[in-house]
Write a protein that binds this ligand. Structure first.
Ligand code: AMP
Length: 253
């Protein structure tokens, strides 16, 4: 596996044949590895991007405190058969005079978009930039971030971007908690409280879910048609904000 840090290097070392891209912000866990494996199976070459995208954070403390461990990430990616790990600098992707944004107007402004203004504008913009830089045939996203996946699908369709979006089921710990880089921030006690989130969603019923989350700091529990329809929720446990969802129909194979 080759680690490349500039656009020029990426251009030189882009794999031959069909390319699968997995955009990530690092701190890899089994959820990321499931995406890498899916990309490995379906393409000649696999590029993983590792970029903690400042444009999608609306809280400076969330950005500065986001877990980062590039050396460990590189080991895990190499073991999963990734060909190129693209870890660009913020300076190269967003130079001083940067001024162009992708804004998925309606889908990007509800639920997560309402709780985190500007978040999906940052996500959609970095994804389009990565698609243009890597030019993959396929790009891989997790069902864990159902609204993100829907936003990406929407701008790909609206802007006629020539990439196939592939979605990988949510990977969970044995206790049901969806894997997330942010779980590392939970204390043992907070982790116990966080388990209410998957338990609530497992009811597949917004009313029952709200009851089970009673007492937690809940941002939303809503049914959303992200193709497929999901029951999605966001809660705060201590200083950590967690999101999760379950598919209500048309479970992917
Ligand atoms: P992140 O590094 O958190 O931006 O995530 C990179 C990709 O991994 C996104 O497409 C996420 O949806 C996906 N992902 C994160 N956690 C999980 C999980 N537990 N199961 C499946 N995919 C995940």
């Amino acid at each position: 596996m080759r680690v490349v840090r500039t656009i020029a290097e990426l251009e030189r070392h882009r794999p031959d044949g069909t390319v699968g891209l997995v955009p990530t912000m690092g701190s890899f866990h089994e959820g990321h590895l499931a995406l890498f494996r899916a990309a490995r199976e379906e393409n000649d070459g696999v590029v993983v991007s590792l970029f903690v995208n400042p444009a999608q954070f609306n809280q400076p403390s969330d950005f500065s405190g986001y877990p980062r461990d590039e050396a460990h990430d590189a080991e895990l990616a190499e073991r999963a058969g990734v060909d190129v790990l693209f870890a660009p600098s913020a300076e190269e992707l967003y130079p001083d005079d940067y001024q162009t944004w992708v804004d998925v107007e309606r889908l990007g402004s509800i639920l997560e978009g309402e709780a985190r203004p500007g978040h999906f504008r940052g996500v959609a913009t970095i994804c389009l930039k990565l698609f243009n830089l890597v030019r993959p045939q396929r790009a891989y996203f997790g069902q864990k971030d159902a609204q993100q996946t829907a936003v990406v699908r929407r701008f790909v369709r609206d802007l006629n971007v020539p990439v196939e979006i592939r979605v990988v089921p949510t990977v969970r710990d044995e206790d049901g908690l969806a894997l997330s880089s942010r779980n590392a921030r939970l204390s043992a006690d907070e982790r116990k409280q966080a388990l209410a989130l998957p338990r609530a969603l497992a009811t597949h019923d917004p009313k029952q879910a709200r009851e089970l989350l009673d007492g937690l700091d809940v941002d939303y529990v809503e049914v959303a048609d992200f193709e497929p329809r999901v029951l999605a929720a966001a809660v705060r446990v201590g200083a950590t904000r967690l999101i999760d969802n379950v598919i209500l129909e048309g479970e992917p194979a």
